[in-house]
Write a protein that binds this ligand. Structure first.
Ligand code: GDP
Length: 478
């Protein structure tokens, strides 16, 4: 590929379309290599020694190179609502998992794995069955890449719909290869060719039309063609050349987490590198965990989970968030301090968010009044002398209040103090200072707590602003 100046995957694709399934680590014999090269107008000359094949690593560091092993692909199902995502997931699970399992009992942990016969070998595919989309996008927003391949389900009787387009964009943005499952082909109204055309218009051209997207017609209801779909996933997985190092402490991503009434905090962890073991100490997001037990998707207790496997983990001290990354620590002490530090940081930023969201200004109240959402305007009034307070209260009463009511929570003579700021913050009030000053520290407190202090020394200006705010007409401050 280097000599030809093209991507390795191009070669694999070319061979794939000739019916040869090769992986990126495989060495091609000379006739095969010549075949590809000649298609590109290059003649191959043989020398004494063939160069060694190179390995491509995904999601692993330098230290792993010696110990890399192939890992199963992690697959997410995406697509428009009602196109059959859930039915397809269940169908694959039923046909594959139930076979040979004791009673076929399955447990919902947010992911499951199936065995697929491929090239005379049994290989595994891991499906994430957290409600497809949201999990995928939420995790992506947090920068976690958990999916190797996306199955895009498109109903043959409905075609490309808004969420189909959205799914394509997400997968492309994440550089996740797409395999299309054209579903519901059992339906009388099914038009698989129309779907192919619509997808071509969206940049996904089926291979049989000269493109490079694999599209498999299936019926999730009748469990038709699911084996082909799974085989295609494994073919794409080979091209992707997925590796990990099972001989290192685990790291990966939280797929699901919740508080179980009897078992306490539980989380499903997807191991993306290394091997996770009972007794390991880990930090997931800001949560500390000494792994007490692990349960797989068949409800069985397991001692270890290698790359690409998802297990439900017990022993967390709190509930982490889906999309949080986890990492095993050698030292329990270090794990605890890391978890504590992150928890502190999170609290801090949450506090800031709360503050920011509570920020009430006369301008924001004016905007609310414009939307018709403002019913009450809370004010705290401080003026130089009691006489001014009375005068202003009297004038405020004269303002028309059929839409918005003015409530003066506190009116008094004196400086604007920190206590006033606290009251304003707690009640979403704006502070009006008339001919008065700010006590030491109240400006800082107001900034910290997001309180608006407006200062006036002319009554009619004060009244104008209040009235404008009530009518939603206050000009934004410069
Ligand atoms: P989701 O919203 O994408 O998860 O879609 P569902 O899996 O809930 O399926 C929506 C509807 O389509 C349900 O009534 C399914 O029974 C039906 N459905 C799913 N797959 C097929 C199929 O292959 N053929 C037919 N005829 N109906 C299907």
């Amino acid at each position: 590929a280097t000599a030809l100046g093209i991507a390795e995957t191009e070669i694999i694709k070319k061979l794939f379309f000739k019916g040869m399934a090769v992986s990126i680590t495989q060495t091609l014999d000379i006739p095969t290599a010549s075949l590809v090269a000649e298609e590109l107008g290059v003649t191959v000359q043989t020398t004494e020694e063939a160069p060694a094949a190179t390995k491509v690593t995904v999601m692993v560091g330098e230290e792993d190179i010696e110990n890399l092993q192939r890992r199963p692909p992690v697959v997410t199902i995406m697509g428009h609502v009602d196109h059959g995502k859930t039915t397809l997931l269940d169908a694959i699970r039923e046909t594959k998992v139930a076979q040979g399992e004791a009673g076929g009992i399955t447990q919902h942990i947010g992911a499951y794995h199936v065995d697929v016969d491929h090239d005379g070998q049994t290989q595994q595919v891991v499906f994430l069955d957290t409600p497809g989309h949201e999990a995928f996008t939420a995790m992506r927003a947090r920068g976690a890449r958990v999916t190797d391949i996306a199955i895009l389900v498109v109903a043959a009787d409905d075609g490309v719909q808004p969420q189909t387009v959205e799914a394509i964009s997400h997968a492309k943005a994440a550089e996740v290869p797409i395999v299309v499952a054209i579903n519901k082909i059992d339906k009388p109204g099914a038009q698989p060719d129309r779907v192919k055309q619509e997808l071509t218009d969206r940049g996904l051209q089926p291979e049989e039309w000269g493109g490079d997207t694999i599209m498999v017609p299936v019926s999730a209801i009748q469990k038709e063609n699911l084996d082909t779909l799974l085989e295609m996933i494994l073919l794409v997985a080979e091209v992707e050349d997925l590796h990990a190092n099972p001989d290192r402490p685990a790291r990966g991503t939280v797929i699901e987490a919740n508080l179980d009434k009897t078992r306490g905090p539980v989380a499903t962890l997807l191991v993306q590198n290394g091997t996770l073991r009972v007794g390991d100490t880990l930090v997931a997001g800001s949560v500390f965990c000494k792994v007490r037990a692990m349960i797989d998707d068949r409800g069985a207790r397991v001692e270890a989970a290698g790359p690409s496997f998802a297990v439900e983990v017990l022993g967390l001290n709190e509930v982490p968030a889906a999309g949080d990354e986890f990492e095993v620590f050698e030292s329990e002490k270090e794990a605890r301090s890391t978890a504590n530090k992150r928890a502190d940081e999170q609290r801090q930023s949450r506090l800031q968010q709360v503050m920011a969201s509570r920020r009430v200004t006369l301008n924001s109240l004016s905007a609310q009044a414009q939307e018709g959402e403002l019913k009450e305007l809370n004010l705290i009034l401080k003026a130089d002398v009691q006489g001014s307070v009375e005068a202003i209260l009297g004038a405020l009463k004269q303002l028309p209040q059929n839409e918005v009511q003015i409530r003066v929570l506190l009116g008094g003579a004196g400086e604007v103090t920190e206590t006033d700021v606290d009251l304003a913050a707690a009640s979403g009030a704006v502070i009006i200072g008339f001919n008065t000053t700010l006590a030491h520290g109240s400006r800082q407190a107001a900034d910290r707590e997001g309180v608006d202090i407006r200062e006036y020394n002319i009554i009619y200006k004060l009244l104008d602003d209040i009235q404008a705010a009530m009518e939603g007409l206050l000009e934004p401050e410069m």
